[in-house]
Design a protein around this ligand. Sequence first.
Ligand SMILES: CC(C)(COP(=O)(O)OP(=O)(O)OC[C@H]1O[C@@H](n2cnc3c(N)ncnc32)[C@H](O)[C@@H]1OP(=O)(O)O)[C@@H](O)C(=O)NCCC(=O)NCCS
Length: 165
Amino acid sequence: MNPYDEVQIRPVRVEDAEAIWRITGQQGVMETILALPSDRVEQRRQALAELGPDDHWFVAEVHSTVVGLAGLRVGRGRLRHSGHVFLFVGAAHQGRGIGRRLLETLLDLADNWLLLRRVELTVFVTNERAKRLYESLGFEVEGQRKLSVIADGALADEWLMARYR
Ligand SMILES: CC(C)(COP(=O)(O)OP(=O)(O)OC[C@H]1O[C@@H](n2cnc3c(N)ncnc32)[C@H](O)[C@@H]1OP(=O)(O)O)[C@@H](O)C(=O)NCCC(=O)NCCS
């Protein structure tokens, strides 16, 4: 049986810290997100323990192994109609539909349970794979954040993308 038929999406737990930390350190993941090679598992555990009521994070599991993470943070006050999302999938499990499943989970929550009008994200301009996924789920490019992030010895640009309802 194809193990990817069995992907489970569930809310994150503090105990997932080590699995998530291992994924964020992988080649093929670390350079595309805002992780550092020096990131410590304790920092990841603390960040998970400190998630608040406006943070909605899910992991993807294949046979009880965490293989991806996605999160939505809802804005406060006059930004409460909007949310910011991120996601990543372990290098060995990319291209199997897991990223799409995770993002669809966040968008279902945003659309049907939080009634958000705007969901936004940023993505490195070189990350064609992620951009294509976001466009296929209704995100559009709003602008280019120039020299916004350090990436492998240079400053890089990001797309600011958003999806509206
Ligand atoms: C970007 C990422 C989240 C996508 O998740 P994924 O599980 O690999 O992607 P999926 O298998 O769900 O594919 C979704 C879409 O991505 C695109 N895609 C997937 N694999 C691709 C590939 N090898 N080349 C080009 N596009 C690809 C396709 O548009 C695909 O659409 P489809 O389902 O109609 O085929 C994942 O590759 C990842 O975590 N990459 C490293 C971290 C990262 O870039 N995170 C995003 C930072 S903004």
